[in-house]
Design a protein around this ligand. Structure first.
Ligand code: HEC
Ligand code: HEC
Length: 290
């Protein structure tokens, strides 16, 4: 152990420790560092006195300034909630006609609708609700179950072929696979549907045979004029909208194999107000599309 001595190069004292001739300088912590350290500690102490800070047994020290961000957040949430519950209650209580005619409500619908539809419906029906293969266009096509608001709301509530005790039920039968019609009959019916859609070139004789095949097998669900029936949820077969494809082979497949698809029921997953809001949103899209 060597003695403390003054280092001749730096002018500082050594600590007196020495290892094989290497001596340890006793360099003090710079003053500036002390200054910052002490002012930080003081600032911290003052801050915890002013602001909500130290935990206690039954709560926490609320601070001399009494500022409370929890309370501020809670208050703004309460305000948003009361504002919402005003139109939530209106959506549930008022009938669709008066809601659709109310600018304030429709502004809420147009602001909230895209998000609600995007989260829950767009995956199947598309962002613009114009459908995908297997999922109908609900922005433009005639509604299979009817296009008044109450019917649409009911469809959303109970679904189609869904797990809900009151679900709507719809099935296109497999006329070919289940051998109710021959391949030749089905081809005639495909021609007939193209003809009804204004695209066909059928002879008058074939047309007559096909019309009676249609009357016997299809009209009970799709209607005598093939324009669809809201009682059965069977679509209009004379227009340009096809859920399962409107080319010959898709139409043939629909008739041969049948079709049965599911629209989920939303009761329990969406609130009544949300279902009614989506109904207004869908109605609004339908009137907006020429
Ligand atoms: C899992 C896919 C899927 C989702 C998600 C879905 N739908 Fe559907 N929806 C369908 C299918 C499939 C049909 C057609 C059922 C049929 O043809 O029998 C349908 C039919 C409908 C119909 C009736 C159309 C008519 O012609 O009468 C409405 C209205 C509708 N959906 C609205 C919605 C709304 C609103 C949402 C969101 C809350 C939604 N759908 C979410 C698959 C879906
Ligand atoms: C029991 C009722 C029922 C009968 C009978 C029926 N259909 Fe359908 N049909 C439906 C329903 C419901 C759909 C809609 C199914 C869906 O979208 O999932 C449908 C869908 C179709 C489609 C597909 C439409 C599309 O948008 O893609 C075609 C094509 C079709 N039917 C033709 C016929 C023809 C032709 C007959 C007679 C041979 C017939 N249907 C008899 C109920 C019926």
């Amino acid at each position: 152990m060597a003695l403390k001595e003054r280092d001749e190069f730096s002018g500082q004292m050594t600590t007196g420790h020495e290892w094989n001739g290497i001596k340890e300088l006793n360099t003090p912590v710079p003053r500036l560092l002390w200054f910052f350290l002490i002012s930080m500690v003081l600032f911290g102490l003052v801050w915890t006195l002013l602001m909500p800070s130290w935990p206690g047994v039954s709560g926490y020290f609320r601070g001399l300034l009494g500022s409370d961000q929890h309370e501020a957040v809670r208050q703004s949430m309460v305000e948003a909630e009361t504002e919402r519950s005003v139109w939530t209650a209106r959506l549930v209580d008022e009938d669709f006609d008066s809601l659709a005619g109310d600018d304030a409500i429709m502004t809420v619908v147009r602001q909230t609708g895209p998000m609600l539809f995007g989260d829950n419906c767009a995956g199947c029906h598309g962002v613009e609700a114009k459908g995908n293969l297997g999922y109908p266009n609900i922005a433009e096509a005639p509604m299979m179950w009817g296009d008044d608001a109450d019917t649409i709301a009911e469809t959303i509530r109970v679904g189609i072929n869904a797990v809900h005790p009151e679900t709507r039920y719809a099935q296109m039968l497999a006329f070919g696979r289940d051998q109710m019609l021959s391949g030749a009959d089905i081809n005639l019916l495909v021609d007939y549907l193209e003809d009804l859609g204004g695209r066909g070139t059928m002879s008058a004789d074939d047309r007559e045979i096909a019309a009676s095949l249609f009357a016997d097998n299809c009209a009970s669900c799709h209607g005598d004029d093939a324009m669809g029936m809201t009682d059965t949820g069977a679509p209009n077969l004379t227009d340009a909208f096809w859920t399962h494809g409107g080319d010959r082979s898709s139409i043939r497949r629909s008739i041969y194999n049948g079709r049965q698809v599911t629209m989920p029921s939303w009761e329990g997953r969406l609130s009544e107000a949300q279902i009614r809001l989506l109904t207004l949103y869908v109605m609004d899209m339908r009137t907006a599309t020429p």
